[in-house]
Design a protein around this ligand. Structure first.
Ligand SMILES: [Zn+2]
Length: 127
C-alpha cells in the first residue's frame, strides 16, 4: 500500500525549539503569504484585462507601454513592500542595529535573529 504523506515537517526543525525564532519565522511567512495573495488577486484582474485589451483593437505603442509599465510597477511595488514589511518584523523583534542603524535585509532577518549580530558592523543586537 503506497504511503504518500505530504512532507509538512521537512523545514525549520532547528528553529522550532526557539520560540522567538519561530515567532519571527511565522511573522515573515505571514508577510509573504499576505502579499502572495494580493499579487494573485492583482494578476487575476490584470490577466483578463490583458486579454480584453488584446482583442479590443485599441492598439498603440503608448497603450502597450502603459500596460507593461503598470504590470512591472505593481510587481516592483509588491517586492518593495514585502521587503519593507519584513524589515518591520525585524524592527519589532529588536534586530535593528543600535550602533550603525542597519536593518537586516528581508532574506537576512532570520539569520540576524540567530546570530544576534549586525550584518554590517558586527555589533551585538540586543533583542
Ligand atoms: Zn551595525
Amino acid at each position: 500500500m503506497p504511503n504518500n504523506d505530504p512532507p509538512d515537517a521537512e523545514q525549520d526543525e532547528d528553529i522550532s525549539d526557539d520560540p522567538r525564532l519561530s515567532a519571527i519565522d511565522r511573522d515573515l511567512a505571514s508577510v509573504s503569504k499576505r502579499n502572495d495573495n494580493q499579487l494573485l488577486v492583482i494578476l487575476l484582474v490584470l490577466v483578463p484585462l490583458a486579454f480584453l485589451y488584446e482583442r479590443s483593437g485599441f492598439k498603440g505603442v503608448w497603450l502597450d507601454a502603459a500596460f507593461l509599465g503598470l504590470l512591472f510597477g505593481v510587481i516592483g511595488y509588491m517586492i518593495f513592500r514585502v521587503a519593507r514589511q519584513k524589515q518591520r518584523v525585524a524592527a519589532r523583534f529588536g534586530l535593528v542595529c543600535r550602533v550603525c542603524g542597519e536593518k537586516p535585509k528581508a532574506h537576512m532577518v532570520l539569520s540576524a535573529a540567530m546570530t544576534q549580530h549586525c550584518a554590517r558592523c558586527g555589533a551585538k543586537l540586543s533583542g
